[in-house]
Design a protein around this ligand. Structure first.
Ligand SMILES: NC(=O)c1ccc[n+]([C@@H]2O[C@H](COP(=O)([O-])OP(=O)(O)OC[C@H]3O[C@@H](n4cnc5c(N)ncnc54)[C@H](O)[C@@H]3O)[C@@H](O)[C@H]2O)c1
Length: 262
């Protein structure tokens, strides 16, 4: 097993969720010490305990990623625990309700933007200064295939995820020459509770809906959280030293093609 993250300290938000935790597992196995951040305290404690039991150095830190003081708090906690922040997976997110734009609930719109876009900005706002001061670091933001396409019913989610690419590119241009890289991943249809939450609003039969959505990928299936984690780990590693401001599609080929065989 590659130990490409030995002696690295990495913050992961949404760490109690499917993609966040799968990424924590990959990063920890590859040698990183982790500050695991999530708002879901019980789930976070359980997942951190799972990694600790395997001998990994992890700290569970409960925080609302959309709250300014809480975000400053998790960046400070990482500095106090580890003395540095080498990597940051800025990943927490919610799906929000699905409804057409012309009927979309305005409070729900604000809620989704607050977590998915403001939360991502705040992460950059409070973590990047530590990396810039150290003259090194790597960040991966979680965007989505919804950063590139309109997904009917998901105006708030899509707007936030389009914004995630804008935040990534802007920050990448600002800190590149200070030794810090900022990229984003664009997961496609990944089998997680967030996806199930969306499918429940779209289909009576969630399993059939999942299979149908999997067919948009040339690989003809949905993806698994670990398949995102592996790419995130690479982007946070020195092996990606010439990758900056990029969008990495992890979607089984969905965005690249129009399937004409189904
Ligand atoms: N599952 C997919 O198909 C898919 C596709 C594209 C992008 N994504 C993105 O991947 C990321 C992870 O989602 P997932 O699929 O693993 O879902 P998930 O629901 O399993 O994980 C999301 C985690 O974020 C946490 N969270 C939510 N709001 C928070 C807040 N305010 N503060 C701190 N933590 C908060 C949740 O408690 C949860 O543990 C999200 O940004 C999502 O938009 C998912």
């Amino acid at each position: 097993m590659t130990q490409r993250h030995t002696n690295k300290s990495i913050i992961v938000t949404g760490a109690a969720g499917a993609i966040g935790f799968a990424t924590c597992e990959v990063l920890a196995r590859e040698g990183a010490e982790l500050l695991m951040v999530d708002i879901a305290a019980d789930r976070l404690a359980a997942r951190a305990a799972e990694l600790s039991a395997k001998g990994h150095r992890v700290i569970a830190h409960v925080a609302d990623c959309a709250d300014e003081a809480a975000v400053e708090g998790y960046a400070t906690a990482a500095m106090q625990a580890f003395g540095k922040i080498d990597g940051f997976f800025n990943n927490a997110g919610i799906e929000g309700d699905l409804a057409p734009t012309h009927e979309y609930d305005i409070d729900m719109f604000d809620r989704v933007i607050r977590v998915n876009l403001r939360g991502m900005f705040l992460g950059l706002r409070f973590v990047l200064p530590h990396m810039v001061a150290a003259g090194k670091g790597a960040v991966v933001n979680t965007a989505s295939i919804g950063s590139e396409r309109g997904l009917a019913g998901a105006c708030a989610y899509n707007a936030a995820k389009h914004g995630a690419v804008g935040l990534t590119r802007t920050a990448a241009s600002e800190v590149a020459q200070k030794g810090v890289r900022v990229n984003c991943v664009m997961p496609g249809v990944i089998e997680t509770p967030l996806l199930v939450g969306m499918l429940e609003q779209m289909f009576d039969d969630v399993a059939a809906g999942m299979k149908k959505l999997g067919e948009v990928a040339t690989l003809n299936r949905v993806g698994q959280p670990r398949e995102v984690g592996d790419v995130v780990s690479f982007l946070l590693s020195d092996e990606a030293s010439y990758v900056n401001g990029a969008k990495w599609e992890i979607d089984g080929g969905a965005l690249a093609t129009i399937r004409n065989d189904i």
